[in-house]
Design a protein around this ligand. Structure first.
Ligand code: 13P
Length: 249
């Protein structure tokens, strides 16, 4: 059975002291993986606050070079040094606002894996693409190009985040999400093999909240959630962790 993941993407929110406070209020779990992704400036303080209590600290991005003249950028070595075990790559906000291409995301993934850091690769269609029935085409392209020349997926988790559901309050129905997750798993099977596709964890992201999480997390091919807004509210985030724990029993 795949171990569930509940991950909080804090995006560009919280100062260092606010991040420490939020990190302290997140529940630890023995039967699911809990991940939190603060901003770069809070990574080290949050890692120290957590102090190996089982919660995994993730970055939200990296630059695909080890070091050098890249003003304003952060390398995988630097996030590792700050206590990160994971990084979120290919988020739709990075694709949209920072013009990140599938090729760049692929470079970032390869570099991250060299440092033995896990990756949460985000994929997802926008509203126009869903309406014109291009969802599967877009997802195939994002997976094929994003994972190009990567043979081992053991350190990779996929997050399916339909862009139209992110921060909009509009959530994919459990059936809609399951259908797309199943498509993604089959796609991984066709690119790799059955064992890889059975092992890889696929998270749902997009307006996941305590009141809709159970229906989503109960789906066969949904292995957890990547949560934005609700992860900033410890009560809501802890509720989602508890639901995932209950489903995992
Ligand atoms: P919301 O949960 O705020 O919709 O954000 C989802 C997301 O983008 C997580 O990466």
């Amino acid at each position: 059975m795949r171990k569930m993941i509940i991950a909080g993407n804090w995006k560009m929110n919280k100062t260092i002291s606010e991040s420490i406070e939020l990190a302290k209020s997140i529940k630890t779990s023995s039967n699911i993986d809990v991940i939190i992704a603060p901003t770069f400036t809070s990574l080290k303080s949050v890692s120290e606050t957590i102090n190996n209590n089982g919660i995994i600290v993730s970055a939200q991005n990296i630059h695909p070079k080890d070091s050098g003249a890249y003003t304003g950028e952060i390398s995988p070595l630097m996030i590792k040094d700050a206590g990160c075990k994971t990084v979120i790559l290919g988020h739709s906000e990075r694709r949209e606002y920072f013009n990140e291409s599938n090729q760049l995301i692929n470079e970032k993934i390869k570099k991250t894996l060299n440092y033995d850091i896990n990756v949460i690769l985000c994929v997802g269609e926008n509203l126009d693409q869903r309406k014109t029935e291009k969802t599967n085409e877009i997802l195939s392209e994002q997976l094929e190009l994003g994972l190009s020349n990567i043979n081992d997926l053991s350190k990779i988790t996929i997050a399916y985040e339909p862009v139209w559901a992110i921060g909009t309050g509009e959530v994919a129905s459990p059936e809609q999400a399951q259908e797309t997750h199943s498509f993604i798993r089959n796609k991984i099977k066709s690119m790799y093999d059955e064992e890889t596709s059975n092992k890889i964890r696929i998270l749902y992201g997009g307006s996941m909240k305590p009141d809709n999480a159970e229906g989503l997390l109960n789906q066969q091919d949904i292995d957890g959630g990547l949560i934005g807004g609700a992860s900033l509210n410890p009560e809501a985030f802890n509720k989602i962790i508890s639901l995932a724990e209950k489903i995992s029993q």
